[in-house]
Design a protein around this ligand. Structure first.
Ligand code: PNS
Length: 158
């Protein structure tokens, strides 16, 4: 049984994340979507809301599990017995940060492999940060997030 962890902030989940989860689910038996809790970074949505949104919009994906973790990703990784960490790689701009994280995680735990998946062309430019900005300024976010997430974002910026 192959298990992948897909960690992230997911503040909130968007179509690019969902695309990566769908791709990971085709390669692994189980994909654990893990919301990182960062006490220094509050974000727009509290962890419970992020989890509920993920739960709702990933129902169609077989073998997905949803949880949150605090502390180091390597510790969470070990506690689950997962085989790899999955991350989406959107553009050259992501590369340095992702490469740093992958190498840091590997130096903390040699058996932690990071697998990079390339999102679809339709979602490759999406980020939660930019989507929140567009939503805050009352722009059209159809096509970037599922309807449930759109409604949750609009409620935040009413
Ligand atoms: O969606 P994000 O914000 O790009 O995800 C970053 C995340 C949550 C994967 C990363 O910050 C992380 O792994 N945090 C857990 C704490 C940790 O292990 N930090 C060291 C990573 S090198």
């Amino acid at each position: 049984m192959k298990i992948a962890i897909y960690p992230g902030s997911f503040d909130p989940i968007h179509n690019g994340h969902i695309d990566v989860i769908e791709r990971a689910a085709k390669l692994c038996d189980k994909v654990i979507i893990a919301v990182a809790q960062n006490p220094n970074k509050t974000g727009l949505f509290p962890t419970e809301e992020r989890l509920a949104l993920i739960e709702e919009v990933t129902r169609h994906i077989p073998g997905r599990e949803i949880t949150s973790f605090d502390g180091l990703l390597v510790d969470f990784f070990q506690s689950t017995g997962a085989d790899a960490v999955v991350r989406g790689l959107r553009a050259v701009s992501d590369f340095e940060y992702e490469f740093q994280m992958a190498l840091m995680n590997r130096s903390l735990l040699d058996e932690l492999e990071t697998i990079f998946l390339v999102p679809s062309q339709e979602t490759i430019y999406l980020s939660s940060r930019i989507i929140k900005e567009v939503a805050r300024l009352k722009g059209d976010i159809d096509g970037f997030v599922p309807p449930t997430v759109k409604a949750a974002l609009q409620a935040k910026f009413e």
